[in-house]
Design a protein around this ligand. Sequence first.
Ligand code: ATP
Ligand code: MG
Length: 199
Amino acid sequence: MSKAAKHKASMEKQKTNVDASIAAADTEKSLVLLLTGNGKGKTSSAFGMVMRAMGYGHRVGIVQFIKGEQLSGEELFARENLPETDFYQMGTGFTWDTQDRQSDIEAAQRTWREAHRMLSDPSYDLVILDELTYMLSFDYLEESVVLEAIHQRPEQQSVVVTGRGGGAALQELADTVSEVKEIKHAFRAGIKARKGVDF
Ligand code: ATP
Ligand code: MG
């Protein structure tokens, strides 16, 4: 067989397999996605889905479990151009720096109430819970409460959780779990975080 004919045969076989897999995936449902791992690309992937969903006119809610002073391009963009998108940040009160556990817990709980409101509202098609995993690993939020709320969300609503770790129960609940693996990070070579790329 010629090289070209071999390639054609192999591609035909691959296409048959892919078509069969696509035909077998016939369940239509909303999704829970967990983007985890130590590499760069979790939050930016979540915002890629925000853009994707908005392309179809879907309603998106975003909750970031981070300090409000951490400015980001996605926040600037959303505030300027997407006034209809709910964008909530934990903001002040969260104090990695001072290690004030009680005020951290209060900030986490206050932020969770926003997340829970979105997870209970069928008008949201996509809810982003950015950096949520840390709230679970620090025990700032009760895992069973968080997982139950995600599980009980409106039928057509998809949820994206980002952050390192995440735990076995969250992985179990999620339909799709991706681990972003660090092969290399510029930071380790002494390169500063870059505006528009890193934040
Ligand atoms: P991004 O927001 O760029 O998608 P991320 O959400 O995957 O990154 P986080 O752990 O939330 O990663 O970190 C946020 C910031 O820290 C980003 O500016 C990112 O470039 C940087 N960062 C991510 N991974 C690393 C790493 N392994 N070492 C140093 N800095 C990192
Ligand atoms: Mg992130």
